[in-house]
Design a protein around this ligand. Structure first.
Ligand code: NAP
Length: 307
């Protein structure tokens, strides 16, 4: 039986692992379906404190992983298919094994929704991004597109006008899901124009690992067109990775975990950290901070409730 199991190996999970390992709790980290989390899908990270010249996302993740291993954290590849949080020790099914732990830290993150195009994986970090705060700076004086019609798309587009020459919001319908205030703000920005109702059907050029243009289709007329572009930001929402926890942990209507008193969930001994509960800040540094909090909360809990 493990003292602590951490679900997820992004910034939150790995930071929790560093703190839990240094507290001699010998944590086990389950990598999950996106090992390294969102940072492993990005290129340069320039806003993580302590790296004046920036650091590559995968390198930052690898560093935190090594740091956790140095203090005795164990890692296991795999995805959790079932959890039983009805009593301690908690039980987690990974592959054919059932793992037990005294305390659990859920840091399974939220995955940015993508369009489902084969080229997306190749072009992420090479002109395609899911995070304006992270990557906007690299698009100074460029022509960029934001896909989506919700508040995220409006917010990202407005933010990106600080850097870009022009921002085009492409949305698949003429009606917007975004709140009136966010939509009006985007509409009144002279650098933003709207292109509706269009879907993005392809991103070019995956072979060159450089985003140069996108194929569009008008959803009303069916007409196809090509738009030359320097960058595309997907603002079509995120899905928290909480499917396996449904019915056991309290979550909001969108599936984000609800935490109280720091990182505590509704089940005593289960803590949450990072994008799995934070749909507001979603930054590497806030996820790292949340991972630290969850590990400290787990440590305090175990000091009083060790089995
Ligand atoms: P959202 O409200 O779910 O909107 C997602 C948008 O992306 C929708 O317009 C949707 O189109 C579009 N979309 C989804 N899948 C797509 C696909 N495969 N291809 C093309 N378009 C696709 O997500 P969100 O904007 O991230 O907002 C999530 C929540 O956070 C909301 O409650 C929002 O109010 C909140 N939020 C608030 C703020 C703020 O207040 N500052 C900022 C960001 C987010 P359809 O409309 O056609 O479905």
């Amino acid at each position: 039986m493990y003292k602590v199991i951490i679900i997820g190996s992004g910034c939150a999970g790995l930071t929790a692992a560093v703190y839990a390992a240094r507290a001699d709790l010998k944590p086990l980290v389950i990598d999950g379906h996106e090992p390294g989390g969102q940072l492993s899908l990005t290129t340069m990270v320039e806003n993580f404190p302590g790296f004046p010249d920036g650091i590559l996302g995968p390198e930052l993740i690898e560093n935190i992983r090594k740091q956790a291993q140095r203090f005795g954290a164990e890692f296991r590849t795999g995805v959790i298919s079932k959890v039983d949080l009805s009593a301690r020790p908690f039980k987690l099914t990974v592959g054919n094994d059932i793992l037990e732990c005294e305390a659990l830290i859920v840091a399974s993150g939220a995955s940015a929704r993508t369009l489902g195009l084969p080229s997306e994986r190749e072009l992420l970090g090479h002109g395609l991004s899911t995070c304006a705060t992270c990557d906007g700076y690299f698009f100074r004086d460029k022509e960029i597109v934001v896909v989506g019609g919700g508040d995220s798309a409006m917010e990202e587009a407005t933010f990106l006008t600080k850097f870009a020459k022009h921002v085009t919001i492409i949305h698949r319908r003429d009606e917007f899901r975004a709140s009136k205030i966010m939509l009006d703000r985007a509409k009144s920005n002279p650098k933003i124009k709207f292109l509706t109702p269009f879907v993005v059907e392809e991103l070019n050029d995956a072979a060159k690992k450089n985003l140069e243009s996108i194929h569009l289709r008008n959803t009303t007329t069916g007409e196809a067109s090509v738009l030359k572009i320097d960058g595309v930001f997907l603002g079509i929402g995120h899905d928290p990775n909480t499917e396996v926890l449904k019915g056991q942990l309290d979550m909001n209507s969108e599936g984000y975990l609800i935490v109280k008193d720091g990182s505590r969930t509704n089940v005593e001994g289960v803590f949450a950290a990072g994008d799995v509960h934070d749909h507001v800040y979603r930054q590497a540094i806030t996820a790292a901070g949340a991972g630290c909090m969850a590990a400290l909360d787990a440590e305090h809990f175990l000091a009083e409730h060790s089995l």
